[in-house]
Design a binder for this molecule. Structure first.
Ligand code: ADP
Ligand code: MG
Length: 501
């Protein structure tokens, strides 16, 4: 099946999400659709999968114009989409989710689950999509849930499959497996669209590359000849520096001092086993490690979100071991949380409200009785400008911003006023290169101004490029320490696996 998009334009109010987009998607090929957050990738693919109707332009399948009145029409035409946020029913099994909503199946209790399981197995085997048909969705890892979404579209006989940022939720090992699946689907003659903002990935798996910026196709690339620098420049609209130039620093005195920190997790197991660490003024300390080795608990303990079982935390000479999150904020400790959707922003609140979320109760934003809206708006406008948050207005709901812009808003709120310390947890997870570079610059800038910074990240590249000192966590302990700029990926990687010389 070959698909052509001709002159597609899609507007949301005054935002032009797609502007005169022309694109060809061919059977047996992987089209890499590359673009920053907010470039219009999801919107374009929602148009193709029948969720949105374009304001202008047309879709042709095998040369014939088609019109979709809903997702059902697109599915019947053979177009399936694996969304960025999965649309599975958590309490149902894999097989139940796969067949759900397919005619002539009307209700689960009347469903021939035996046949369903068999079909799921057949599809799994054909494309290396191993997954237990009887497993409950909420009990399997995200990587497997994604496979269920793929099986689901294949079960509906899709000839074209769109993957919206599929690798954002995968571990490096799962990405390798995912690429194997994509190649198998290509082999089977499917027309595939792979959406990403990761340059290396698109170079590895795509046959052709189209770059979207500001809703327009701004360039095309051939993966055999294109370089990451070329693609990044097309994507961001200016040359991108991959390694930030850091000034040499002279760290000052100790600012954050942690001694013997012991913390339990939800199941009352020891998550941190007597950690010692110090961060000085004007120093970035990076904590590397594989996810799940106590990093989340460390950040929670340091930000006042998790009770400390033993040990002490001292900040600028004061004991803050048991201080509340708000109290820490008052001491000018900023926090970029790991999950911006859950603890960083309130989606239903406006950009303006989110900009003062941590300070709304104090002057100048509150008189003590009522909010002072002009002050709030002025602050929000300043943050949006200073931190390059792309939003239609400060009244827009934060939930409508792209991931990169949501994160810039969080960073702006946290660093956009007087701070002494920053705790940044996965500060660039799931966001595009342009925003990553920008956020790294802002963090480095805060360090240059004398802040102490603790970056906790599972992205080894990020820890290596940003840190003046690197600590490695393994099973709730700090097992190694390296000087930034001198550590090798190999040594830090080995320490992450618990191998310390
Ligand atoms: N439902 C919507 N209402 C209003 N604006 C939207 C909506 N969906 C997307 N947008 C806006 O359209 C632009 C493109 O968004 P999107 O297609 O999600 O980009 P991408 O997937 O490339 O990150 C952004 O500016 C975004 O804020
Ligand atoms: Mg998107």
């Amino acid at each position: 099946m070959d698909i052509e998009l001709r002159g597609i334009t899609k507007r949301f109010g005054s935002v032009v999400a797609n502007s005169d987009v022309n694109l060809k998607i061919r059977a047996g090929e992987v089209l890499g659709l590359l673009g920053e957050n907010g470039a219009g990738k999801t919107t374009l693919m929602n148009v193709l999968s029948g969720l949105y109707r374009p304001d202008e332009g047309e879709i042709l399948i095998d040369g014939k114009p088609v019109q979709f009145r809903g997702a059902g029409d697109a599915i019947r035409a053979g177009i399936g989409m694996v969304h960025q946020h999965f649309m599975l029913v958590p309490v149902f099994t894999v097989a139940e989710n796969v067949v759900l909503g397919v005619e002539p199946v009307k209700a689960l209790d009347r469903l021939d689950m035996k046949t369903a399981r068999k079909q799921v197995r057949a599809i799994s085997t054909e494309h290396g999509l191993e997954v237990d048909p009887d497993a409950i969705i909420e009990e399997i890892p995200v990587g497997l849930q994604q496979r269920v979404e793929i099986i689901k579209v294949l079960f509906r006989s899709a000839n074209a499959i769109i993957f919206d940022e599929p690798t954002a939720v995968l571990t490096p090992q799962e990405v390798v497996e995912f690429f194997g699946i994509v190649r198998s689907l290509r082999e089977a003659g499917k027309a595939l669209v792979f959406i990403t903002h990761k340059l290396g990935e698109v170079l590895e798996v795509a046959d052709r590359i189209s770059v979207l910026r500001g809703g327009r196709i701004v360039g095309e690339g051939d993966p055999r000849t294109a370089t990451t620098a070329d693609l990044a420049e097309m994507m961001v609209g200016r040359p991108v520096r991959f390694a930030i130039e850091k000034r040499k620093t002279k760290p000052g005195g100790p600012l954050l001092e942690v001694k013997g920190l012991t913390v339990l997790n939800e199941r009352d197991e020891v998550a941190l086993r007597g950690i010692d660490l110090t961060v000085h003024e004007g120093e970035i300390v990076g904590v590397a490690g594989v996810q799940g080795n106590g990093q989340t608990e460390l950040v929670e303990a340091l930000t006042g979100l998790r009770r400390v079982a033993a040990g002490t935390v001292t900040f600028a000479g004061a004991d803050i071991t048991h201080a509340s999150a708000r109290e820490r904020h008052r001491r000018l400790i900023a926090h970029i949380p790991e999950d911006r959707q859950r603890s960083g922003l309130i989606s239903e609140f406006s950009v303006a409200e989110n900009a003062v979320l941590d300070r709304y109760y104090a002057p100048p934003f509150s008189s003590g009785i009522a909010m002072r809206w002009p002050e709030v708006d002025a602050e929000a406008t300043r943050i949006v400008k200073d931190f390059d948050v792309r939003t239609a207005s400060i009244r827009t709901h934060a939930g409508n911003l792209s991931g990169g812009n949501q994160q810039k808003l969080v960073v702006g709120r946290e660093l956009g006023h007087d701070t002494k310390f920053l705790i940044a947890a996965q500060p660039t997870r799931g966001i595009d290169v342009g925003s990553i570079e920008y956020i790294h610059e802002r963090i480095a800038h805060a360090r240059d101004e004398g802040d102490g910074i603790l970056i906790v990240s599972t992205e080894l590249d990020e820890v290596m490029s940003m840190s003046d000192r690197i600590l490695v966590m393994y099973r709730g302990k700090i097992v190694a320490e390296f000087e930034g700029g001198k550590a090798t990926v190999k040594d830090v990687g080995l320490a992450m696996a618990g191998v310390v010389s």
